[in-house]
Design a binder for this molecule. Structure first.
Ligand code: MN
Length: 501
C-alpha cells in the first residue's frame, strides 16, 4: 500500500503594503529562513513550501483558492510577521477548504534589550499582528490550530509535525474508499452501524459492499507459483508451527490462506481501496475466515475492520497514514477480557484473528487453530504480544445526528505471565488515568468494543484530525475528570444541535 505521496504544506506570511519594499523584502527573507529551517529539521512528514508574502485581499484569496485545488497541498500554515489588517483575510479564509494552522511565532528569539529601537519593533510585531489576524479566525469560527512559541523550539516543531500528520490523514480521508466484503455488519450489533452517507459527506469516505463471490472467483484464479512465493515469504518472516510447514498435516491451510491474501490484495488494489471489512456471517465459498491475510494487509497499510465495522477500518487506515515514518504500529483492536485484581487491573485486547503484526514485540509465531464460530476450516494466524509502551485507542461512534470520536490513552505492559494456550495475538494494557475512570468514561461516552490501536499517534494528533473534520472529540487521558466529562457530553449535545459541525 502506498503511504503518503509527496504532500506539501504551504506557508503563508501575512503583511501589508504600508511598510515599503525594504521591510517587505526583509519579511520575505525571514519567513523563507523559517520555512527552510523547519523543512531541513526533517520532523515534518510533508514538504513545507514557502509562498510570497501576502499584502492584500486579492492575493490572499488567490492563494487560498490555489491551495483548495492543488492536490499536493494538504494544509496551510499562516503567520503574521508584521501587522496584516485582518479584513484582508476574510475572503481568503472563508473560501479555504484545507486544514489551517496559525503559527504564532516571531523571527527573533531574543529581545535585543540594549539595542532595541523603533525599527526593530516595526519589523518584529507578530505579538500584535497575530492577534489582529487571530481575531478574524475567532470571528469566522474557523477550525484552526494555533501553535505558539519560537519556531526553533523543539516543542513547537513537534506540534507542527503532529498537526501536519493530522492534515495528511484528512487528505487521505477525503479520498478513502472502503470495501465491505459481504456488505454487512454483524447481525444485531449496534455500534458498528452508522450513517454511511453522512460519513461520506463529512469525512469523504466512499463505503460500498461487495459480494464475497467476487473474491471467491479471484481466489480460484491465483496461480500455484504465486502461492509458493508467498509461502516462502511466510517461512522467512515468522516462526511456523510444525504442522504448517511443508509436509506438515496442515500445510494446505497455509496455502489456502496465501491464496486468500493474494486475491484480496489484488481486489483491493484494483478497486483503489484503502480499507476493508469482512464478516464471518458471510463466508460463502471461502474455505476459512481470512485471518492471516487481514493481519498482513494491515501491516502493509490497509485499514481493516472485522464484522463489517467500516468506521474502525477507516480509523486504522488513517492511523497508518498519521504514523508513517515513525516506529510503532497501528492495529484493529477489541477490548476482550480483564484482569480485575484491585490495584493491578489490566485490559487484554485481542481479536479472533485480526491483530496487526506492526504492533508486535517479537517475531510473530504462525499457528493454526480451530475457530469457534463461522463453521469453516481452522485458519492460520499470527500470534504475538504487543510491544510495551504508550498507545491510544480511538473509536468512532454514530450518536445520532453526528459522529463522536473517543480517544483513550493507555500504557501497554508486558503480560504478567505467558499465555501459551491463547491462540491469538494480544495486547495487555493499563488505561490512563486508571482502569476504573477510563472504562467508566469510555462507556459513558458510548465508545465501541472495537478501536484503532495506535502506538505512534498521539491523542493530540487524533484531536487535530477531529477538529479539521468537524468531529466531536472526547479525550480520556491523565487528567480525566468524570464530572467534567459528563458535562462536556451534555453540552456537546446542545452545541452540535445549535451550531452543527
Ligand atoms: Mn469484534
Amino acid at each position: 500500500m502506498t503511504q503518503n505521496k509527496r504532500r506539501e504544506i504551504w506557508f503563508l506570511t501575512g503583511s501589508q503594503h504600508l511598510y515599503g519594499d525594504e521591510t517587505l523584502n526583509q519579511v520575505a527573507q525571514n519567513s523563507q529562513r523559517i520555512v527552510e529551517a523547519l523543512d531541513r529539521f526533517g520532523k515534518l512528514p510533508a514538504k513545507l513550501v514557502w509562498k510570497p508574502v501576502l499584502t492584500g485581499p486579492d492575493a490572499i484569496q488567490n492563494q487560498c483558492l490555489a491551495a483548495n485545488v492543488a492536490p499536493e497541498c494538504a494544509g496551510v500554515i499562516t503567520w503574521m510577521h508584521t501587522f496584516s489588517p485582518a479584513k484582508m483575510w476574510v475572503a481568503g479564509l472563508t473560501s479555504l477548504q484545507k486544514p489551517l494552522a496559525h503559527l504564532h511565532t516571531q523571527f527573533n528569539r531574543e529581545l535585543p534589550w540594549g539595542e532595541i529601537d523603533m525599527d526593530f519593533m516595526n519589523l518584529n510585531q507578530s505579538a500584535h499582528g497575530d492577534r489582529e489576524y487571530g481575531f478574524i479566525g475567532a470571528r469566522l469560527r474557523l477550525n484552526r490550530k494555533i501553535i505558539a512559541g519560537h519556531w526553533q523550539d523543539p516543542a513547537v516543531v513537534e506540534e507542527l509535525a503532529g498537526w501536519t500528520r493530522a492534515a495528511l490523514a484528512v487528505a487521505e480521508s477525503r479520498k478513502l474508499k472502503i470495501a465491505r466484503l459481504g456488505g454487512m455488519n454483524m447481525r444485531e450489533v449496534a455500534v458498528t452501524g452508522g450513517d454511511r452517507l453522512e460519513a461520506q459527506i463529512q469525512l469523504g469516505w466512499s463505503i460500498n459492499g461487495y459480494g464475497v463471490g467476487d473474491l471467491v472467483e479471484q481466489i480460484a484464479e491465483v496461480s500455484d507459483k504465486d502461492v509458493d512465493h508467498l509461502v516462502q515469504e511466510y517461512e522467512a518472516s515468522y516462526s511456523l508451527q510444525a504442522s504448517l510447514k511443508r509436509g506438515g498435516a496442515q500445510h494446505q491451510s497455509l496455502r489456502d490462506a496465501a491464496r486468500q491474501e493474494i486475491a484480496l490484495r489484488a481486489f483491493l488494489d484494483a478497486g483503489g481501496f484503502g480499507a476493508f471489512t469482512t464478516t464471518f456471517e458471510d463466508l460463502h465459498g471461502l474455505k476459512q475466515l481470512p485471518g492471516l491475510a487481514c493481519q498482513r494487509l494491515m501491516a502493509d497499510g490497509y485499514g481493516f475492520g472485522a464484522e463489517g465495522d467500516w468506521k474502525t477500518a477507516a480509523l486504522v487506515r488513517l492511523g497508518k497514514v498519521m504514523t508513517a515514518g515513525r516506529p510503532g504500529g497501528v492495529s484493529f483492536m477489541e477490548d476482550y477480557t480483564y484482569h480485575l485484581v484491585s490495584g493491578e487491573e489490566r485490559v487484554l485486547g485481542a481479536h479472533m484473528l485480526e491483530v496487526c503484526p506492526s504492533i508486535a514485540d517479537k517475531k510473530p509465531s504462525l499457528e493454526v487453530h480451530p475457530l469457534g464460530i463461522g463453521g469453516k476450516d481452522a485458519p492460520p494466524r499470527l500470534v504475538f504480544d504487543a510491544k510495551p509502551g504508550p498507545a491510544v485507542n480511538t473509536s468512532l461512534v454514530d450518536v445520532g445526528g453526528r459522529m463522536r470520536m473517543i480517544v483513550a490513552e493507555l500504557d501497554v505492559v508486558k503480560p504478567d505471565q505467558p499465555m501459551p494456550k491463547l491462540p491469538t495475538a494480544r495486547a495487555v494494557w493499563v488505561p490512563r488515568p486508571d482502569f476504573k475512570r477510563s472504562t467508566q468514561a469510555w462507556i459513558e461516552a458510548g465508545g465501541a468494543h472495537h478501536a484503532a490501536f495506535c502506538q505512534a499517534v498521539s491523542a493530540d494528533e487524533w484531536q487535530d484530525f477531529a477538529a479539521m473534520t468537524g468531529l466531536e472529540a472526547i479525550h480520556l487521558g491523565p487528567n480525566l475528570d468524570l464530572r467534567a466529562l459528563r458535562n462536556e457530553l451534555r453540552w456537546n449535545d446542545v452545541a452540535y444541535k445549535l451550531l452543527g459541525r
